[in-house]
Design a protein around this ligand. Sequence first.
Ligand code: HEC
Ligand code: HEC
Ligand code: HEC
Ligand code: HEC
Length: 479
Amino acid sequence: MMPGSTLPSVRGRGAMVRIRKSVIGGRAWVLLWFAAAIGMVVLISAGRGRPAMAVPVAAVEAPRHLGVGSCAGSTCHGRQEATGTVVRQDELMRWQDPASSGGAHSRAWAVLGSPRGLSIAAKLSLGDPRAAADCLGCHADPAAARAPGVRLSDGVGCEACHGGASGWLDSHASTSASHRQNVARGMIALDDPRTRAGLCADCHFGSEARGQFVDHRIMAAGHPRLSFELDLFSTMQQHWNEDADYARRKQRPSATRTWAVGQAVALMRALGTYSSARGTAGAFPEFTFFDCQTCHRRISDAIDYRPSALANPGRPIPPGTPAFQDENMIMLSAAAQVVAPDLAGAFDRDSRAFHAALAIGRPQAVAAAGRLRGTADTLADAFARRPFSRAETLAIVGQVATGAAQRYTDYEGGVQAVMAIDTLLSALVRDGGVSPAAAAGIRGDIDRAYAAVRDANGFRPLEFRAAISRAGAAIRKLA
Ligand code: HEC
Ligand code: HEC
Ligand code: HEC
Ligand code: HEC
């Protein structure tokens, strides 16, 4: 059996983003206030008595992690309402939101002790997963082992993303220090899309670091699949306002750029990790890099059986071989065709060459991965530097929906396509590029595409393509 299908959660993601966008600052937060406040009291009292707060640290010293308690003061990020003048200051409450994805990181350690977490660990004979290095690299602050102030039970705390605060805890609260100065003191520049993508990828794709890799062994023990898209997932855990003040201090966010850079960085991470020692398991390749369903299909040797695998023009591999997960290649190709047409041909050639090399040998595959990674890197830089117009975003959405349809032979590609269309259309609505009424008219088609990726085991590519092509046709009319 496959682990729980991601369909409900993917569908939930779309719905969640829509709900969130309509309630930010509204009543929903008030309703969640009481439950969150209880958790906060616990955190604040835990933070009290910790001497780390005001220790002066030279900028050259490696940043130390001080723990969530040091962010949680009621005059800092622990306010119960977003009344701050520069930043909201209720970030802690949103990080702890018990009822939504926004609070997932505060629960990351606790879920290891859930029945599902315990069952995964039992199948792997890991003992208590809440103390297992194989799990803690992603389900807690990876610096926790070296930082006495960090409590594992705080899960993925503020510093797991923003960086150890020892060098900037004082300066970042004073209005005289610029963002650049805080970054020089060890704060991570999460407004930079490449930096953010690389950080999220450590846990949402995996890395070469200890305890940050979900291999097929962990998957086979029942771990949920890791599926991620930078812009959508950023929105799902958004605890900051991207207002005029934000744009003065930091890089102005663009959903399309975040999405495109996220796709490039994800592919680079997959190829880099595959090329490392993580890429093999004994005499086998590490299966987790390959599309799950290319191995996990129902089979039959009946003479009239029609194989369920479809030919894929982007993937020249012999029939009967597992396929490298290619969803980020499909998305990146769509973006390149619209905004970097001079690189798109080379990118598609390098993608096909990589797939083909996998059927030859590991050294050939690693060499081809290196070339594809280089092209993806060039694309990431090109995307990170340019603005994306309304027309370009619409053209990318159209390309994802229809131009790439022949390549949606597998479940993960379908999931990425729906997430892309959902998050990019939402961004167009938010920026006034598409009217809410026009977006609502396309909703039905997007919902049908979500329905077609409800069940990884029952993914029907032809139905999916029909739904996504209808959405694409409707979107092209908006251009
Ligand atoms: C590479 C990082 C990584 C590692 C290593 C990892 N996980 Fe996870 N885990 C995640 C992510 C990311 C999710 C959320 C998946 C999603 O919803 O997209 C998750 C989800 C889960 C869930 C489901 C949580 C829920 O809300 O239902 C459980 C249980 C879990 N992991 C247990 C484990 C255990 C046990 C280990 C160690 C054997 C482990 N994980 C190792 C990243 C990791
Ligand atoms: C999963 C990663 C992650 C975690 C965990 C996290 N943040 Fe963030 N945070 C971000 C990202 C991404 C941004 C947006 C980029 C930026 O402004 O740096 C952000 C933005 C912010 C901002 C807005 C900055 C501004 O200039 O307007 C504040 C304040 C903040 N976070 C505080 C916190 C606090 C406090 C916690 C812990 C309670 C926390 N964050 C936990 C990722 C995270
Ligand atoms: C140190 C590891 C780590 C880092 C870094 C990290 N995450 Fe996560 N994230 C997790 C784990 C583990 C979960 C699952 C927790 C759970 O199920 O409660 C998760 C869950 C989430 C969820 C909820 C998913 C769902 O299906 O509800 C979102 C959204 C998310 N992360 C976004 C991000 C973004 C955006 C970044 C980068 C700015 C990021 N994360 C960085 C470990 C991490
Ligand atoms: C290259 C082929 C291949 C790929 C790709 C692959 N698996 Fe597997 N999987 C296997 C094999 C072989 C087993 C062991 C089956 C057995 O023990 O009978 C297995 C077992 C499993 C099991 C346990 C099933 C059971 O009933 O014992 C799960 C769950 C699983 N895989 C999930 C995944 C996920 C999720 C992915 C994608 C990230 C994936 N697999 C990709 C070959 C593959």
